[in-house]
Structures are given as C-alpha cells and as structure tokens.
Design a protein around this ligand. Structure first.
Ligand code: NDP
Length: 388
C-alpha cells in the first residue's frame, strides 16, 4: 500500500528532510501537494522529481514563474493563501506541516479540521492557537504526530503508557551555541554566530530560537498541549550532546528516554512511517565514541525566553499567541541587523506587557491577536532601534 503525502513548507529544512526519506522509499509514498512561500523554481523542481499532483506558492507574485516551470508536466500550479488551504483539504493519507511561523496555521488547521493525519513540525501554529487547535483535533478526530525531536521522543516514550501514570516529562535542550557565553559575550553575538547551531542543521528562524532558548520555551507550550499532564510536570534539562531527545518518568520511577543522532530525519521517519518503521541512512548512535552524556539546569538569567514562555502559558488566554508573534518580529529584526541578540527577549517581554486582549474564542480572534501583537512588537522595535 502506498501512502499519499502532502508537504507544506517542502523547500525548507524539515520539508527537504521529509522528501529525502521519501526519495529512499519511493515505492511506499505518493506525493500529492508540495508548497513553498516564494521559491517557485525549487518547488517546481521538487514537484517534477516527485511527480506531485499540485505545487503551491503562498506568495502570489511567484505564480507565473511556477506555472511556467511546470508547463507541459500535467502538475497543477496554484498560489496564494486560499490555495494553500485548499491544498491542505485535498485527499491524502499524511500531511507534513512544516511551514515556519504562524503563517502555517491556516493550512495546518484546514488539514486538522478535515480529520487528517498531520505530522506537526510547525510549532508556532500550535503555540499560537493551542487550545483552538487541540479542540479541532478532538472534534475532527485528526491524528497529530509530533515531529519536533523532543515531542516525537515523548510520543515514542508514551507508547503503551498512560498520561495519568506520568510523574514528569523532561524536554532536553542542547543549550544552543551560547550555552556557556557570559551575558557580555552574548551582547555582541552576530546573526551568523547565532544561526550556527552546534548539533542541528536547521532553518534560520528556529536556529535563532535555539540560540535564545525561545525554541525550548515554544516547545514547553507545545508539550503542554500535546501531552496534557499539567505544566508543573513539564521540565527542561540542558543536555549539550543532543543524544537524549526527551524523557518520560512514570509514577513507579521508571524513566523512558528516546535516543538518537541529532538528525531530524530520524523523528521525521518515525512520523512518516507511523505506526510502522522505515530504514533511514542516518548515522546510528555510537555511545562508546560519544563517551559522556552531561546535563545541567537551564539558566533563566541568560536565557529569559524560557521564563517568558512559562509565564505566557501559565497566564494562558492570548499570551502565548502574543509571545509567538512578538518573537517572530524580534527574530526577523535580529536577522536584519536591526536589534542586538539580547534585545530579542527584551522586545518579546515589552510586547507581552504592552496590552492584554481577551482570550481568542475562534481563529478569527486569533488572527486579530496575532496581527495586533505584531503591530505592538513593531512599535517596541521602533523604540529600541531609535535608542540603538
Ligand atoms: P525553513 O525556514 O527551512 O523552511 C520554511 C518553509 O516554509 C519553506 O518551505 C518556506 O518556503 C515556507 N514558508 C516560509 N514562509 C512562509 C509563508 N509565509 N507562507 C507559506 N510558506 C512559507 O524552516 P524549517 O524547516 O527549519 O522549520 C519549519 C518548521 O519546523 C518551523 O516551525 C520550525 O520551528 C519547525 N522545526 C524545525 C526543525 C528543523 O530541524 N529545521 C526541527 C523541529 C521543528 P520558501 O522556501 O519559499 O521560503
């Protein structure tokens, strides 16, 4: 039986890793939809290689280039936000949600509302729309397969276990490239230093999030929704080698951990083949050559994003969506050279305290909260840059 798959964000790091696995198992998978933002030539090339049914670019200005690149192939070309949502509703067995940022929310929600099996990498969508997304999952009967290595590890450690028998879930964190930097050293880091993660090869936004440890904050919120054991049972532990991807401790004091080389193709393969397994060409774990696994507590002073994320999910309502939107604005500003590294968390914090909207009751409310938060964050950014 072939499994039909659609990949949202196919030109990105997670999307390409997913396609790399499919390339190794061509007879098992059939590609339905592939999407990108504006990278028409890359998505057209992938659509041709994998003989997709449809290729979609979110950016409408890239449509003519996409159409031209697919001329004569029989592969449909489409563009725009509505086309993404329509592609997410297309018949397929498995959907990879790997668009970066809250921009991935509409197609991810469309796939969920259609009751599909959704492999979720797009953590910003879940952070922002948490309760609404989980309610949609329960209503439609969709299956969420976590792709983030930590959540995929927890998902695997929970197989056969019951949430009410869990004492604690520990998300491991590499600590990022500045784990042992002083605050003074962190003040001066450049975007090039921040995107160079010591263990993982990822897109720019998540790499910056890893450097500020906002990534772990977003993952805490993600775990809160995916594994409802209560916030007080969710812990973060720094583990610089990124070998243990997360752990689940049960009430009998048994702790299960999932280990593997730091290669996203491993958790993606687990979701792609779920509930089966497929072989990968990833490097098998060689613990003897690694020698030592070490652990330390996260430092909330140098990495305030962790504190902000925990506070946002504790307060609930609109706060996680504001945290996420402000962080997206701040990361883009850092990558553009507008603000300094430590100002990313400062900008998020000042946006979080700038205003307090009502909790979102539906997706329309959420989009308003997201847009307003970006507006407030840009105002905070202006204040910061006029002082820089
Ligand atoms: P990348 O930046 O590498 O890729 C992002 C993808 O999303 C590209 O296909 C891009 O298209 C597309 N895209 C960007 N903006 C938009 C938009 N506005 N509308 C529609 N599509 C858009 O990101 P990653 O693959 O690194 O990350 C994807 C998601 O997975 C993120 O949420 C991240 O947090 C999560 N994740 C990533 C991991 C990793 O190892 N990279 C690990 C765990 C989670 P285009 O090429 O045209 O710009």
């Amino acid at each position: 039986m072939t499994r039909s798959v659609s990949i949202f964000g196919a030109t990105g790091s997670v999307g390409l890793s997913t396609l790399d696995l499919i390339r190794q198992h061509r007879s098992k998978y059939r590609v339905v939809a592939l999407t990108a933002n504006g990278n028409a030539s890359a998505i057209a090339q992938l659509a041709r290689e994998f003989d997709a049914e449809i290729a979609v670019v979110a950016d409408e200005s890239a449509y003519s280039k996409l159409k031209e690149a697919l001329a004569g192939t029989g592969i449909e070309a489409a563009a725009g936000a509505d086309a993404l949502v329509e592609a997410a509703r297309r018949d397929c067995d498995w959907t990879m949600a790997s668009i970066v940022g809250c921009a991935g929310l509409p197609p991810t929600m469309a796939a969920i509302e259609a009751g599909k099996t959704v492999a979720l990498a797009n953590k910003e969508a879940l952070v922002s729309a948490g309760a609404l997304m989980m309610a949609a999952v329960h209503k439609s009967g969709a299956k969420l397969l976590p792709v983030d290595s930590e959540h995929n590890a927890i998902f695997q450690c929970l197989a056969g276990g019951k949430l009410d028998q869990v004492r604690k879930i520990t998300l491991t964190a590499s600590g990022g490239p500045f784990r042992s930097f002083s605050l003074d050293e962190m003040r001066a880091v450049t975007p090039a230093q921040a995107v160079a993660h010591p263990n993982w090869d990822m897109g720019a936004k998540i790499s910056i999030d890893s450097a500020t440890m906002m990534n772990k904050g977003l993952e805490l919120i993600e775990a809160y929704h995916l594994f409802p054991v209560g916030l007080d049972r969710l812990d973060i532990l720094v583990h610089p080698q990124s070998v243990i991807h997360s752990m689940v401790e049960y009430v009998d004091c048994s702790t299960l951990a999932q280990l593997g080389s730091p290669d996203m193709r491993i958790p993606i393969a687990s979701a792609l083949a779920w509930p089966e397994r497929i072989a990968t060409s990833c490097k098998p774990l060689d613990l003897a050559s690694i020698g030592q696994l070490t652990f330390e507590q996260p430092d909330l002073v140098r990495f305030p994003a962790l504190r902000l994320a925990r506070a946002a999910i504790t307060q609930g309502g609109a706060k996680p969506a504001i945290l996420n939107a402000a962080n997206e604005v701040a990361v883009a500003a850092f990558l553009n050279g507008q603000i300094k590294f430590l100002e990313i968390a400062a900008l998020v914090e000042s946006t979080l305290t700038a205003y307090l909207p009502e909790a979102p009751m539906n997706l329309d409310d959420l989009f308003i909260i997201d847009a307003d938060a970006r507006h407030y964050a840009r105002e905070e950014l202006e204040k910061l840059t006029s002082g820089n």
